[in-house]
Design a binder for this molecule. Structure first.
Ligand SMILES: Nc1ncnc2c1ncn2[C@@H]1O[C@H](COP(=O)(O)OP(=O)(O)OP(=O)(O)O)[C@@H](O)[C@H]1O
Length: 246
């Protein structure tokens, strides 16, 4: 069954004068023909479909549009064109510290993030110990979030995102942050999630990780879809060649 349908999605960013100039300045500049807005298409016409149990790897050079596409898939941003259909709950781990409050404790942040993902207090009461244990942060639960190292923050974020049992789990470069042992553990966790029938999307610059874990690949370059399909090794080989010839 499909869990995610990305249908001819395009995403435009507007840059330039339109931000924070105030209405008076806007009209003054408009009258003087001095009002400049540039548009930039970060993603052009991307289409693909994922089913239960799929693990998609998104690859592409810096600025290819990977994170932008994830924001639209997650629902943080609306696409400028096309549509995204999500058939299930989505849990995303995009920017590491986003959604956390540095002044609150680890425990308070776990509950806050759970609430943001739409889970009840009862569900969080039942899941919290597991989250803490998986993140190996038992001794830190009453410490402010800002006192954690970046690896610890990423462990907490991954634990919450993965243990709340989403239908679609979205991870942006998170596995590269933890240390070797945690990376291994989180890869195992992701396999377990996929085994349960969830759909996972992973953005990574580590081709070996993508080759090993994913059954589908989307290759983006300058916002365009170069390839999408289940020939994981073939697409990775062609992408590697593309990187070598640049
Ligand atoms: N808020 C924004 N306003 C304007 N342009 C943006 C904004 N965010 C991203 N961009 C531009 O959109 C393009 C795609 O950015 P994005 O972060 O999606 O790429 P990426 O593939 O995730 O890159 P990386 O691998 O470097 O993380 C880039 O050219 C970037 O400069």
């Amino acid at each position: 069954m499909p869990t995610l349908i990305v249908d001819h999605v395009s995403i435009r960013y507007l840059t330039g004068d339109f931000k924070e100039i105030g209405i008076k300045e806007y009209f003054t500049r408009k009258i003087k023909h001095n009002y400049h807005v540039q548009e930039f298409w970060a993603v052009h016409d991307v289409s693909f479909e994922l089913n239960d149990g799929d693990m998609l790897g998104i690859i592409g050079s810096n600025g290819a549009g990977k994170s932008t596409l994830l924001k639209v898939i997650t629902g943080i941003m609306e696409p400028t064109g096309g549509a995204v259909t999500r058939l299930g709950t989505v849990s995303a781990l995009l920017e590491l510290a986003s959604g956390f409050d540095g002044e609150l404790t680890v425990k308070e942040n776990a509950y806050l993030r759970g609430a943001m993902l739409g889970y009840t207090r009862k569900f969080m009461d039942e899941t919290y110990e597991q989250i803490l244990q998986f993140a190996e942060l038992q001794e830190f639960q009453d410490r402010p979030f800002k006192h954690l190292s970046s690896g610890m923050k990423s462990r907490l974020a991954f634990s919450i995102a993965s243990l709340v049992q989403p239908d679609i789990l979205i991870l942006d470069e998170v596995l590269s942050v933890g240390d070797g042992a945690f990376r291994k553990k989180s890869e195992e966790k992701m396999r377990e999630i996929i085994g349960r029938g969830a759909t996972t999307i992973l953005v990574s610059h580590s081709l070996s990780q993508i080759r090993e874990m994913c059954n589908k690949i989307l290759w983006l370059d300058k916002g365009r879809q170069i390839e999408f399909g289940s020939d994981v090794q073939g697409i990775c080989d062609r992408y590697q060649k593309f990187l070598e010839n640049r």
